[in-house]
Design a protein around this ligand. Sequence first.
Ligand SMILES: CSC[C@H]1O[C@H](OP(=O)(O)O)[C@H](O)[C@@H]1O
Length: 319
Amino acid sequence: MRRAIEWDGDAIVIVDQTLLPGTFATQRITNVDELIDAIQRLAVRGAPALGVAGALGVALVAGRDDASELAERLARARPTAVNLRWGVEQALKELPNGPQQVLARAQRLAKADEEINKRASFRAAEYVKAHTTRRKLRLHTHCNTGWLATAGWGTALGVVWHLANENAIEEVLVDETRPLLQGARLTAFELAEAGVPYCILPDSAAATALAEGRSDAVVVGADRIAANGDVANKIGTYPLALAAKHHGVPFLVVAPESTIDAKTLTGKDIAIEERDAAELGDLVPDGAKAFNPAFDVTPADLITAIVTEDRVWEPATRA
Ligand SMILES: CSC[C@H]1O[C@H](OP(=O)(O)O)[C@H](O)[C@@H]1O
């Protein structure tokens, strides 16, 4: 199985990402409580993959009288990524037409996601080439935005796949992405499998890498993009954008159009998920107070381009 999430007969099957890179294992999910648990444990994660999880989760319960209530609980499982609620709502539209139509809608959404990611990342790869000078590039990534975070291919990491296919990648700089290490565990896993050269760095070394000219461009994903171009993404994205701006390095956000939330006017309106102190590591004293937001907001004026399957949006220069 090479998809983070898919439907199999009467269940959702996910790759349990909490076990990677050491163990590659799948989990069959047959009810909403199991799905919510998997989402909140980040066994299944990544904005586009959460959209598919939301839609397939509705398919699990479509025949029940309490389907709408269960769908609402699912939509609330993680608040920041707009895609989760969007996926639930897309599937709910088919509820009056019966469970088979709900499932068909969810599967169309999953299939479309991979194609959307390929188009968006191709557009972003072309943009990177047009705004850098070296023939073989060093791309800087944060968190995980590959096939593990989507229903296929990937968003920001999809840029790496396109450029690697053109032999245009020298190296990928992989921020470890504390505290859950989606970079060191998942992005490194994907790059190693694909045979793409990479270098892992602590998030705290990212600004120095940019200062030393080690990165030709930064490419990241998004969990919610506000109407003004402010972007919520994995914690650590904002300081990376500040350093990229200071050192004149292009900073690209690659995401499907469904991640743009016109109803959220600015980044200040985006709910940021707070997570437990326990995630900060075993050395943290019991009962320690912690500030552990799962996401931060990068203001639009720090973003060179937001690239989707349909367009290039340069929020720092034009609406
Ligand atoms: C392809 S966008 C993935 C996006 O989701 C990640 O968050 P999480 O690992 O908590 O689901 C991160 O923000 C990525 O940029």
